[in-house]
Write a protein that binds this ligand. Structure first.
Ligand SMILES: NC(=O)c1ccc[n+]([C@@H]2O[C@H](COP(=O)([O-])OP(=O)(O)OC[C@H]3O[C@@H](n4cnc5c(N)ncnc54)[C@H](O)[C@@H]3O)[C@@H](O)[C@H]2O)c1
Length: 437
């Protein structure tokens, strides 16, 4: 395959994986030609890293996206900017003549979905959604079990995800904490989970009822638990406070964020108990799917450990996937939020583990082996990057995703947000995400 010319917009933390692939393992497939960011300091951080790896991208302001696509003959644009900006950058890239690779979530609201659908339909261009959780070997193993027919017809799913007070808290420090910017955790975080369910059971959501609230982070909850006044940000604060993040404690956080605050005032370390937060930290949903199954789902963002449990019930049996990604949180430990926490802490009471059990009616439970590959996330990262930059090739499980999967994943979160606001069940049809009127 000929080498394609790439632009990347959104030069933050997540961009490193894509820029690193284009200047490293996938440099034969991809040439990194242009880097765009509203913050010139972060664009320069990535330009210098690319330069050190032998690439020579130009830096541009996202207002100039159309000009850069045309002048530099970009074949594709990788979008790794904050969620609220995805619809604009995706649609503009397509209309300017480039294909798109976009991080989850595809967008944060119904207008954004319609804008992207319209741009794809008008241009006939492609949008690759990078749903990396699909590539995790344990999630692929569950897909394989369901696709094999071992469970019969799927009738219901129970899915619980817990984020701990390191990773979960981090969604309350910056743009994720405002629904306008991220869609809240139902869109920003749970779109991963809702995509997994859509893919696992090969179905699409029809109706959502959601309930939830902000019950741990935020000023009211701090006061109710007797926490006194707190500094607005963690840097320079109390090193013994497990909720404060000091950006000086991590070279990457310092160079990407602290050193570039003067350009745009983006503070990466705001207090998780401060007033601006308007997203929920506890969420429960009931979702009905078009083919008949239903799902009970819950998300908690302040658990003492991190991981998930999924149970899939079918007419022939049941599968249960139980995962502990981190057994306990070390107080005061700064984290890289783009990394799924996997390290084992010395004080773990609960071992890092994964277990997939399948039990058919009248049979005993059997454990299904989860094959680990080499590299990050059991080899999942490499497979995702290969699919993105080289192409999926033979893909019997349909792991590679496009914008239609992106729309179906955010459908649950967008309907869930409407349900939270209105106190009633909301159908996906009401949202008119596909712009069919
Ligand atoms: N798949 C995953 O597991 C995963 C993990 C982390 C992040 N993400 C996604 O990646 C994206 C980026 O997340 P992040 O943690 O790197 O965020 P970040 O805040 O670290 O980086 C975003 C960058 O975009 C820039 N930016 C802001 N507005 C912009 C605009 N209008 N145009 C271009 N650039 C703009 C910011 O200055 C910043 O440099 C998000 O959509 C997030 O949901 C996905």
């Amino acid at each position: 395959m000929a080498q394609r010319r790439y632009g990347l917009v959104g030069c933050g933390s997540r961009a490193r994986m894509y820029a690193g692939a284009m200047t490293g393992a996938h440099s034969d497939d991809a040439r990194l030609v242009a880097l765009g960011d509203t913050n010139p300091g972060r664009a320069e951080f990535h330009r210098a890293a690319a330069e050190a790896a032998g690439a020579h991208p130009v830096v541009f302001h996202p207002d100039d996206l159309e000009r850069v696509v045309a002048e530099h003959g970009l074949d594709r644009v990788v979008v790794t900017s904050p969620d609220r900006t995805h619809a604009d950058l995706v649609a503009r890239s397509l209309l300017a003549g480039a294909d798109v690779v976009v991080e989850k979530p595809l967008t944060t609201d119904a207008d954004g979905a319609r804008r992207i659908v319209e741009a794809v339909e008008r241009t006939g261009r492609s949008v690759v959604m990078t749903f990396n959780y699909r590539y995790s070997p344990r999630n692929t193993a569950l897909k394989r079990v369901i696709a094999s027919g071992a469970l019969g017809t799927v009738t219901s799913v129970h899915f619980e995800w817990v984020l701990d007070t390191a990773h979960g808290a981090d969604y309350f420090r910056r743009w994720h904490r405002r629904k306008e910017d991220s869609g809240g955790l139902l869109v920003h975080k749970a779109s991963h989970h809702f995509d997994l369910v859509n893919w696992w059971i090969d179905d699409e959501p029809r109706r959502v009822f959601a309930s939830g609230g902000l019950r741990f982070y935020g000023p009211g909850n701090a006061a109710a638990r007797g926490l006194g006044p707190r500094p607005a940000r963690g840097t320079g604060g109390d090193p013994g406070d497990p909720f404060q993040l000091d950006l000086r404690g991590d070279e990457l956080l310092q160079r990407l964020y602290l050193d570039n605050e003067q350009h745009d005032g983006y503070l990466r370390d705001q207090d998780v108990f401060s007033g601006e937060i308007d997203v929920e930290d506890n969420l429960s949903l009931v979702v009905d799917y078009a083919g008949g199954p239903s799902m009970s789902y819950s998300l908690n963002a302040h658990a003492p450990w991190e991981g998930y449990t999924v149970a899939v019930n079918g007419t022939a049996g049941r599968a249960e996937l139980t995962v502990v990604e981190r057994g306990a949180v070390a107080p005061g430990g700064g984290i890289d939020p783009s990394a799924v926490p996997e390290q084992r802490d010395a004080r773990d009471a609960r071992p890092v583990s994964e277990r997939l059990l399948v039990q058919q009616h009248w049979g005993t439970a059997r454990e299904v082996a989860i094959e680990q590959g080499a590299g990050g996330h059991g080899g999942g990262d490499q497979r995702l990057l290969r699919d993105v930059f080289t192409g999926p090739g033979d893909d019997p499980l349909g792991t590679a995703a496009d914008y239609t999967d992106g729309v179906r994943a955010v459908a649950v979160g967008i309907a869930g947000n409407a349900s939270l606001a209105g106190g009633r069940a909301v159908t996906v049809d009401e949202l008119d995400l596909w712009g069919r009127g």
